[in-house]
Ligand binder design. Structure first.
Ligand SMILES: *[C@@H]1O[C@H](CO)[C@@H](O)[C@H](O)[C@H]1NC(C)=O
Ligand SMILES: *[C@@H]1O[C@H](CO)[C@@H](O)[C@H](O)[C@H]1NC(C)=O
Ligand SMILES: *[C@@H]1O[C@H](CO)[C@@H](O)[C@H](O)[C@H]1NC(C)=O
Ligand SMILES: *[C@@H]1O[C@H](CO)[C@@H](O)[C@H](O)[C@H]1NC(C)=O
Ligand SMILES: *[C@@H]1O[C@H](CO)[C@@H](O)[C@H](O)[C@H]1NC(C)=O
Ligand SMILES: *[C@@H]1O[C@H](CO)[C@@H](O)[C@H](O)[C@H]1NC(C)=O
Ligand SMILES: *[C@@H]1O[C@H](CO)[C@@H](O)[C@H](O)[C@H]1NC(C)=O
Length: 442
């Protein structure tokens, strides 16, 4: 009896979720279609058949298939000429000296921490924390239907709009829909200093605002028009995201002549990522815990395949970036979380230098305060004991059986990034054995 009720309950919940998602998707396609292809909307068979996520997704697909037309044009232009950024293209770029930083990471790689390096830059920075969260939430069902091929394009186009201070494409994914461009529901709004400082913070609910502790200032609902206006006044823009997985899908964004984009890919030892995810998302990783107890891991299990898939995606993106294709020359940087943990100040300086944004005293202060270093120890060759200790904690927590699995399925990724393999539990837990090769990524 009980299971029967449980099944009914799950079905009802599932229906409610599907209903909600398809509403949002319809909203998205309703809004996008008239804007992009007005002549086609009423007549297309897809819109007659637009009753669920699949229909909406099909509409989006059509839409996205159309969009790249002008971009392909640009792409062709680049490919034909085979020129370097340094020459004529650079002259054509018109971002008015504005730099756009995309911090591309995966979960549990320290990306929030590294994002702070830019968030804390000061008044001239407009920083957004995981804006694509809204998109992923709506598109997850559609992406499955579509074999995961449309999501990267949607992500890229929304990032492009955000870098241009246009929030309207993102707005279509915010639930419930913003009224007059005002929403109390932007994901982790308090993680962006630029969204809780004046004048974007219109109503202060609790004012204990300090420049470095934005999180304790509570603002009223966010006026996205104001956010956009503020964005336009900022000299530099940075976005952190764990949702972009394929670097190649970003080409049209990087080639947009109105932007001056730098992609910083943040990576971490996949063994540490697994250990950290098992703690952070503990119910999702229940299977892994069970395997750890059995001492047996079925290697053809979906979970293991997913781990391999994640590792491969990160590696493929890094290989592309490191191979320096013309469209990424001078615009791609690979950073290991472990190096940031060891030398936070030096790494921050390098990242800033690479993006062409001057390293600010505010950012420096924040790093000093949050890595527990002293001024003199923050020089080029210093080792940050505390943050590196934190970064190595996983070695004690993770069962060796799981380490072996990661080492097997993520071997090429680990080799590329210089993470050393261990043969036994002793080597894993002995902290005087470093698991990190010193490696420069040119
Ligand atoms: C919806 O479209 C699909 C193909 O696009 C078609 O096979 C199906 O019959 C349509 N359903 C309805 C109710 O029109
Ligand atoms: C490329 O796009 C521009 C406008 O962006 C257009 O004027 C031009 O005709 C296009 N060229 C081709 C070959 O499609
Ligand atoms: C760059 O764009 C701005 C407006 O967006 C314009 O005022 C300026 O003249 C442009 N500069 C060049 C070199 O095209
Ligand atoms: C789409 O699905 C097919 C088979 O189901 C698979 O071979 C292909 O790799 C998938 N493509 C992507 C981009 O996931
Ligand atoms: C949001 O800000 C804009 C720009 O200042 C303003 O015109 C608009 O009235 C504001 N919206 C609301 C609902 O307060
Ligand atoms: C290390 O840093 C954390 C905060 O980042 C702090 O809570 C902890 O006390 C520090 N540990 C030592 C040994 O300094
Ligand atoms: C840890 O490794 C170091 C260096 O290989 C070795 O000298 C030491 O004996 C090891 N410690 C333990 C407890 O195994």
């Amino acid at each position: 009896m009980r299971t029967k009720y449980a099944v009914v309950f799950i079905c009802v919940v599932a229906l409610v979720i599907i209903e909600k998602e398809s509403n949002i998707l319809s909203r998205v396609s309703d809004k996008l279609i008239p804007r992009q292809t007005p002549q086609q909307t009423p007549q297309t068979p897809e819109s007659d058949n637009n009753t669920g996520p699949k229909g909406s997704a099909a509409v989006l697909n059509v839409l996205l298939a159309k969009q790249p037309a002008t971009k392909n044009n640009l792409t062709n232009f680049f490919e034909k000429k085979e020129v370097d950024e340094t020459d004529s293209i650079k002259a054509q770029r018109n971002s008015s000296g504005r730099k756009h930083v995309l911090l591309m990471a995966s979960t549990r790689t320290g990306s929030s921490f590294v994002g702070e390096f830019f968030n804390q830059h000061g008044e001239t920075m407009f920083y957004l924390f995981e804006p694509l969260w809204h998109v992923e939430r709506v598109m997850a069902t559609a992406a499955e239907v579509n074999n995961g091929t449309i999501l990267p394009g949607v992500y890229r186009d929304i990032l492009q709009a955000l870098f241009l201070c246009d929030f309207s494409p993102l707005e279509m994914f915010i639930s419930p829909p913003p009224k007059n461009h005002v929403t109390p529901d932007l994901f982790r709004r308090e993680s962006s200093l630029s969204l809780c400082e004046d004048p974007v913070c219109t109503t202060v609910l609790k004012d204990v605002f300090e420049r470095y502790h934005c999180k304790i200032r509570q603002c009223g609902p966010l006026n996205l028009t104001l956010a956009s206006e503020s964005c336009l006044t900022k000299q530099h823009h940075a976005i952190k995201t764990v949702r972009v997985r394929q670097l190649d899908t970003l080409q049209p964004l990087v080639e947009d002549l109105r932007l001056d984009v730098t992609v910083i890919q943040l990576v971490r030892d996949p063994r540490a990522i697994l250990a950290s995810r098992m703690v952070a998302f503990s119910s999702k990783y229940r299977t892994w815990k069970a395997w750890a107890q059995d001492g047996q891991v079925p290697e053809d299990d979906e979970e293991v395949k997913r781990l391999k898939g994640n590792c491969d995606q990160v590696r493929i993106s890094a290989e592309l970036g490191l191979s320096k294709p013309h469209w990424l020359k001078g615009r791609y940087m690979l950073v290991r979380y472990e190096d940031i943990a060891r030398y936070p100040m030096q790494k921050a300086e390098e990242m800033y230098k690479f993006t062409g944004i001057p390293f600010s005293s505010q950012a420096r202060d924040w790093i000093l305060r949050n890595t527990q270093t002293t001024e003199e120890a923050s020089g080029i060759y210093s080792t940050q004991k505390n943050s590196s200790e934190q970064a190595e904690k996983w070695r004690i927590g993770i069962p060796f059986t799981l380490v072996q699995v990661v080492q097997k399925v993520c071997a090429p990724t680990m080799k590329l990034f210089g993470y050393k393999f261990v043969d036994d539990e002793k080597a894993l837990t002995n902290k005087s054995i470093s698991l990190l090769e010193d490696k420069q990524f040119p």
